[in-house]
Design a protein around this ligand. Structure first.
Ligand SMILES: Cc1cc2nc3c(=O)[nH]c(=O)nc-3n(C[C@H](O)[C@H](O)[C@H](O)COP(=O)(O)O)c2cc1C
Length: 138
């Protein structure tokens, strides 16, 4: 099974999760600017919320995504509040008729005085487990 891990991260929190996941799946965590250039069975897409919305780079990434190259997307995030971008990104993907898994991964991310140290080691272990189980179950 061909797997890709792509992420958008301004401050490094989402990148930390992406790298833990990618390391578990023995692939490289790719900044979304690299796009998707080869067919993949599962694309894990990491992003978080900024000013109550999805970053324009993430919107652009989805806009440019070739539905023929991606069988299924799994979204992960670490926004500060529990209002994550998971549903918003899933909608953008579904609008392009790209399959989005009902399974997703979301933990709180550090922001100002909130969620100090998150995502932490346990969060990184949790996303690695989530990714491994997702791939094994497919
Ligand atoms: C400029 C800015 C705006 C943010 N706005 C929100 C927001 O509206 N809702 C929220 O839940 N988190 C918000 N956050 C918190 C981020 O989603 C959180 O810190 C996340 O972990 C950042 O991921 P990153 O380090 O990968 O960029 C904001 C963070 C920044 C820097």
């Amino acid at each position: 099974m061909k797997v890709q891990v792509s992420y958008y991260s301004r401050g490094g929190n989402t990148k930390r999760l992406a790298e833990a996941l990618a390391s578990e799946l023995k692939v490289e965590a790719l900044d979304i600017s690299k796009g998707v250039t080869e067919p993949v069975d599962v694309l894990f897409l990491g992003n978080s919320m900024y000013a109550f919305t999805v970053d324009k780079n993430v919107k652009e990434f989805v806009k440019n995504l070739d539905p023929n190259l991606v069988k299924e997307v799994v979204v992960f995030s670490c926004s500060a509040s529990d209002t994550s971008t998971v549903k918003k990104v899933a909608k953008l993907l579904k609008d392009k008729e790209i399959k989005v898994s009902d399974k997703y991964f979301s933990v709180p991310g550090e922001f100002l005085k909130l969620n100090k140290g998150r995502p932490n080691k346990e969060d990184c272990k949790a996303i690695a487990k989530f990714g491994r189980e997702f791939v094994e179950g497919n």
